[in-house]
Design a binder for this molecule. Sequence first.
Ligand SMILES: Nc1ncnc2c1ncn2[C@@H]1O[C@H](COP(=O)(O)OP(=O)(O)OP(=O)(O)O)[C@@H](O)[C@H]1O
Length: 674
Amino acid sequence: MSRGTDFLKYITEQIQEGIQELGARIQEIQKDIAGMNDYYWENYTEMDQYGYENYDNQQALLTQVSANQENQKRMSRMKKMLDSPFFGSVEFVYDGEEEAEVFYIGIGNFARERGQVPLIYDWRAPISSLFYDYDKGRAAYEAPAGLLEGEILSKWQYKIRGGKMVYEFESDMKIDDDILKQELGANSDTQLKNIVRTIQREQNAIIRNTEDKILAIQGAAGSGKTSVALHRIAYLLYHDRKNLNSSNILILSPNSVFSDYISHILPELGEENIQEMSLDLFAYRELEGIAADCEDRYHQIEKQIAGMDAQSEKRFRWKQSEEFVRAVEGFLIELEDRLVDFRDVRYKTLEKKAEEILDFFYYKFADIPLLSRMDAVRDYFIDEYETLCKRELCEEEAGVIKEKFRKMYVTTDLYEIYNWFLTENGLPVLPDIPPERRILAYEDVFPILYLKYRLCAGAVRRDIRHLVIDEMQDYSYLQYVILERLFPCSMTILGDRAQTIDGKMQDVLAFLPKIFGRKVRRIEMNRSYRNTAEIAEYAGKIAGVEGIGYLQRHGKEVKKYFCRSQEETVCRILENVRLGAEEYETAAVLTMTEREAGELYLALKERREDVFYIDRDSSAFRKGMTVTTFYMAKGLEFDQVFIAEGDGENPLDRQFRYICATRALHELYEIGII
Ligand SMILES: Nc1ncnc2c1ncn2[C@@H]1O[C@H](COP(=O)(O)OP(=O)(O)OP(=O)(O)O)[C@@H](O)[C@H]1O
């Protein structure tokens, strides 16, 4: 038997024994807990009158309950490990030592007892970097005690499934590529896979980067940006347990389908409860009370596809630009004088002259945002008044005073203030209607949100300690300014300029340093993993993207059809789609517009059962044939992709075809209309 198979046998026994021992411990604690409960119910009437005994009992109970919760977690981790306990090993001899040691690496640490040397090391442990960063020969890793150097004598890779060794071999770079090809040659799933077994060196450098506050990654389509960002989160959580837990992390993703697509990776890596949301949803929640509803990005894309007139297009761009931010800043300086009408305030013996209020407003509290500043002035005077009267005001009295101060604002309605700004800048104003009837066009959503953050206090989200922004190319200058204000934390920002959904490519890396300063570290990922060589070359030509490396994984040539009608398009799709038990798992029919997707979906649904439609309200994608727009398919991947082109020219044609083409793992069909 080989060393890997021997170790598998040994470790399986160890894990099984560990599970048994832990099971017994869980039961024991469970008994203790039951005993404590019984004791409490039998004795609670006789416990000391001050409640000390009761308190001690409760504490003891809580300790046992939380110990068992922890044990249950360990138990489920160990059970998971039985399926595939490790995937790599490194035979390493430390400098100055004679004998080599073999370190096995898996998805989590395993030791029989807490504090013992692990039998399997977590892929995020310092020692595991030997596996990802080096081949045979000299190597080193950064341990808590400092840099440890030595020599790697051999490196092995294993595939274990259901507790059985599928393959094992000594790995060098070439074999690495073969494994990758095998992994990527498999059928796609409706969820992104974890890549711990095959993380590449340049990916590992990003995952293990803890020095840079803001990492901005420009990566080709399919280069593993999303995968790397998620593994980075797992890595950061592992290494900074004291300061960071999963509720401190927020992922801004394009939509709910994408959120669902990536949602299982972190739990698989042992990290639960990471929050995910789109920036549009975030904005919508923040603007509650100002407007009843907001358009989202997808409304805007549909407008762009339908063709916007030059003036609307120009206005939209301006409202998201650096110039806009500057114009708002200028407007805010003037706003101070326009927004407040200082008056004397009188309430019983409290009397404040307008001049005195003005003085406090402009000087003492000048740092507080305008719409929150009067509250600070008011609280100051109320405090002063209470000290003088030697009593606290009741709620009703304080309410009356609050109202008097609040009334000095000419308006507190951000929508109205925004209209002042628009008028000043010679732009059409929004209709003068009450909040419950207001629906904000996408072009106004972030401008109003920006005003909110500049005018009201309390926006900064200090609970978030790490922010991930996926599809960075689709965020505007203004959105980044907002993000910078809201989240003063470390960030992983990733995207691909070639996939910008706009008339021209946007290189956000050109302006990010202006917003975030010198904290931004730029990294490029130029090797693509998703597509076959044939598809990658085809896609590269569409976007005019050069210099992308890809695996020499070969497949069918890309096929192009020209059809006369929708009926013919449907026929072409159905004759080429290969879904089934022995075939592919996912196929996508991707269109430019929602209308086209809706029509094709209905036509295909008549002919096949397993056809699903994804629109902006969907929250998951399923095995079978998915019909959707190119912009909803961003970030996802499918075994087969059919690009159903619309008729006529379109300003987003290049982006449409490029994004669609790069979604395909194995087969790509382009269907044009003549
Ligand atoms: N090191 C790796 N080992 C195995 N598979 C990998 C590796 N890196 C990337 N992949 C695979 O390549 C595919 C693309 O990865 P991912 O979706 O993370 O790329 P992306 O750069 O975010 O793509 P896009 O921008 O086109 O949406 C996925 O199937 C992923 O599992």
